[in-house]
Ligand binder design. Structure first.
Ligand SMILES: NCCCC(=O)O
Length: 816
């Protein structure tokens, strides 16, 4: 008897691939048994059925690695739980290195794995050969082996997840296409199918490459596109079933054992986009025509590694389109555009590896309104304006696909889809030697080449100090000794306006923003666990108006966090004014002297002290000047209506020469902020870290009896103590290159990893920040009483620890 579609459900999951089934399985485990999964055709029939099925775990983020580790734990027990075979085997994963740079990358990855508590062994070529005797090793420098990696059968594991979901009471309907959603005043009311209508308030879209078009119908942007991906399946030739998976990134290829043969595929540099006009109707259990010519480049590489492939029969060259994203990470979370509309899609090469953990995290997000831990690298809110344009998304995604196995260089920038968003100063800065980086489409000067000395404004990547090291040193010196202009036009800027603006922001912000007009406050915005969701500057520009400034990459996230936290009864409206203002940050001990030459306004310390905002005139332009700094010097952020930007810039440059004013870029900012100890959201701070743990307790209004979101969590930490604390580390060896993720050892015991790392030119030393963790609690004494080493590329480097800023700890320069 066919089961009838229910009339109501607590949540509806759309899509019966591995991600949808994993999400439904985990919703069931959370007691959301009133969940319905709808699949328009048959389970797995979209993309899952042709996935290769490798399960690797290591990523550059600890939390994403943890998520993938969860997949492994789940896959280990799923067969026993459901009675269905999954094809899971923990045969380990090998990764080869064929040159010294790659070997450095692999050793750095081994350090990262160690930081995150994942076992990764470094092997000689002979040891690698012993594990994988089908390969040639002449060109090998070394290899890495992750014993807990493995592989699974994608269709079987999906069916097992579906069975597990049903066992919890979740209903699954195949051949049930979703035709529409009913949405009323921004609230989801029902899912409409040909078989009937299900009233529900929460929808989870896990529809693979169909997700972008489906979500767009409801105003939700999911930046993914389809790309052809090919692999071969050989006849059986006696390959042992315990053969580890193998990745040979220098040859762009991967391998796994399958029924005594080999599956081999790769990520070519010239991928072929698919379904540019949309996925055709009736595309299920469908593959594309094999493209032998295109695969030849991959096959050639593979034959060099596995000569046996020359003589073995190829059963199939499988060509299956999959969804890929512009940054190679998948897309998870609640859509910023529509409440209770969740996305799990765009899994690139990692669908099977990620599905267990991603489904768990997404289910928690749906059920509890937040993910189990910070998932910023995969959070849907990391995207922004350029991602609305499918052509731009496709261009960038094809670049990301082609780089799947290429070296992941430190400081590497994308090259496609550029320039996209340009500050009015772009051409001027380019003419003066700017080497630009890119964030959310914005071109931003990273550093300036000395064109008179024939320096080329181009990054040359390596794992040692890169070619821009000296140029950034020059800019750093100018920040500390003279004055610089940073073009920070890409900052995200919002206006919060309305008669309840003060009360609203007082609830959302953990620092005291109920200050007089003209005040400027650095504040965090916390979740209920006290974790830092936003890290912003707030200027009170009128009784009923605040101007909020945050980092370029956080535009969507922070806007969404603030907007969603405006209490229902409050009269306050949030508007994104990013495109209305250019930002020139005039920083350095001479910055006041430069400013005094171009403005008639009083910018003396008495009239315009630190932590204030003023409107000053420059060349006929009303400039909003914020007395604040992220580099630890006297300075002013000048927020300029966009049409005046070049006029103000030209005036400053014309007057600044005598004070040593020069252009400087983001890499100098990074160097200076590391010396001064300013935290960076996304690395040093984020939703998993509270201000107390981050050493930002001074910025929380605990002495005032003002309620704010997260206050109770902070009170608990202040009375009960913390189990981790951010500290600063300075290696004794000045030549050490710190990049982040290096393991922190205290008295020989692993206690954490670096959240960020770089070089401080004034100090003349590398600088790193990282949390020292201890389940029994971490106090200042605990931190300062330890002897520390950092593991860098599997080598221990002694270092000193500090809790106080390394530069200007008493703020004398900032407040000068
Ligand atoms: N979809 C193939 C996975 C390859 C890899 O894990 O690198």
């Amino acid at each position: 008897m066919t089961k009838e579609l229910p009339k109501t459900a607590k949540a509806v999951v759309i899509g019966g691939g591995i991600i949808g089934c994993s999400t439904a399985y985990h919703l069931g485990k959370l007691g959301w048994t009133d969940t319905v999964l709808l699949e328009r055709k048959k389970l797995t029939s979209g993309t899952t059925f042709h996935a290769a099925g490798l399960v690797g775990q290591l990523r550059t983020s600890a939390n994403i690695t943890q998520l993938l580790g969860y997949s492994v734990d789940l896959y280990k027990r799923l067969e026993e739980e459901t009675g269905l075979g999954t094809g899971w085997k923990m045969n380990g994963g090998l990764r080869l290195a064929c040159n010294e740079e790659r070997w450095t990358e692999v050793r750095r990855q081994a350090t990262t794995a160690q930081s995150f508590g994942l076992e990764m062994q470094l092997l000689t070529p002979q040891e690698a050969f012993d594990l994988w005797p089908l390969m040639t090793t002449d060109d090998l420098v070394g290899a890495a082996f992750l014993p807990t990696d493995g592989q699974a059968n994608p269709s079987d594991i999906t069916q097992a997840l579906a069975k597990g979901a049903r066992m919890s009471g979740v209903s699954i309907f195949e051949d049930t296409e979703v035709l529409d959603l009913e949405i009323d005043k921004g609230r989801i009311r029902a899912v409409v199918t040909a078989q009937g209508r299900i009233e529900c308030e929460r929808v989870v879209v896990c529809a693979g490459q169909w997700t972008r078009a489906f979500a767009a119908r409801f105003g939700v942007n999911v930046p993914l596109v389809s790309v052809e991906h090919q692999y071969i399946i050989t006849e059986s030739f006696g390959v042992p079933s315990n053969l580890p998976t193998l990745r040979d990134p220098d040859r762009r290829t991967y391998y796994k054992e399958e029924v005594g043969g080999i599956v081999m595929g790769g990520y070519e540099p010239n991928p072929i986009p698919w379904a540019e006009k949309g996925v055709p109707d009736g595309f299920h259990y469908t593959l594309l025509d094999s493209n032998f010519d295109h695969f030849e480049q991959i096959m050639e590489q593979a034959l060099g590694r596995v000569p046996a492939l020359e003589n073995v029969g190829v059963k199939q060259l499988l060509n299956g389109p999959e969804s890929f994203t512009p940054d190679g990470n998948f897309i998870l979370g609640e859509a910023p555009e529509l409440k209770n509309f969740f996305i799990g899609a765009g899994f690139n090469a990692f669908g099977i590896a990620s599905a267990g953990g991603a489904g768990m995290a997404l289910a928690e997000w749906v059920a509890k309104g937040e993910p189990p831990y910070d998932l910023w690298p995969v959070d849907i809110r990391r995207f922004g304006r350029p991602h609305f344009d499918t052509d731009w998304v496709r261009t960038r995604t094809l670049e990301a696909y082609g780089k799947h196995y290429t070296m992941a260089w430190p400081f590497e920038e994308h090259s496609s889809g550029r320039p996209c968003r340009k500050s009015p100063l772009y051409d001027r800065l380019k003419a003066q030697g700017a080497c630009f980086g890119e964030k959310l489409g914005w071109e931003r000067p990273n550093w300036f080449a000395d064109l008179f000395a024939n320096e080329e404004p181009k990054d040359v990547y390596s794992y040692t100090r890169q070619n821009w090291f000296d140029a950034v040193g020059r800019e750093h010196k100018a920040v500390r000794e003279a004055a610089v202009i940073f073009d920070q036009t890409s900052f995200a800027k919002f206006v919060l306006k309305g008669r309840d603006a003060e009360a609203t922001l007082s609830w959302i912000a953990s620092n005291d923003v109920a200050r007089p007009v003209g005040s400027l406050v650095y504040t965090q915005m916390l979740n209920d666990k006290g974790g830092i969701e936003c890290d912003v500057t707030v200027a009170r520009v009128a009784e009923d108006e605040y101007y909020i400034v945050t980092g370029t990459g956080f535009a969507t996230h922070d806007f969404n966090w603030i907007a969603r936290n405006i209490p229902a009864a409050m009269h306050a409206e949030l508007v994104d004014v990013t495109s209305a203002y250019s930002v020139l940050s005039l920083m350095g001990p001479n910055s006041r002297a430069v400013l005094e030459k171009v403005t008639g306004s009083d910018v003396s310390n008495a009239a315009f002290p630190f932590g204030q905002v003023r409107t000053i005139g420059i060349s006929g332009c009303p400039v909003r000047a914020l007395r604040i700094t992220y580099v630890g010097e006297l300075g002013y952020e000048l927020h300029i209506p966009i049409e005046y930007a070049t006029t103000v810039y030209d005036a400053l440059m014309a007057s600044g020469g005598e004070f040593g004013l020069v252009n400087a870029g983001y890499r100098a900012i990074e160097s200076c902020r590391l010396e001064k100890g300013y935290r960076a959201w996304g690395s040093d701070i984020g939703p998993d870290h509270t201000p107390i743990e981050a050493g930002l307790g001074w910025a929380v209004k605990m002495r005032k009896n003002i309620p704010f979101r997260g206050r109770e969590a902070i009170e608990r930490q202040l009375s009960g103590g913390v189990k981790k604390r951010l500290a600063c580390f300075v290696p004794e060896d000045a030549d050490t290159v710190l990049l982040g993720r290096e393991t922190i050892y205290r008295n020989g015991k692993r206690v954490g990893w670096l959240s960020s790392g770089g070089f401080g030119y004034t100090l003349g030393k590398p600088i790193g920040y990282g949390y020292v963790r201890n389940p029994d609690g971490v106090t200042e004494d605990f931190i300062l009483s330890g002897t520390y080493e950092l593991d860098v590329a599997m080598e221990r480097i002694p270092c000193k620890v500090s809790l106080a800023p390394l530069y200007d700890p008493d703020m004398a320069r900032v407040k000068a």
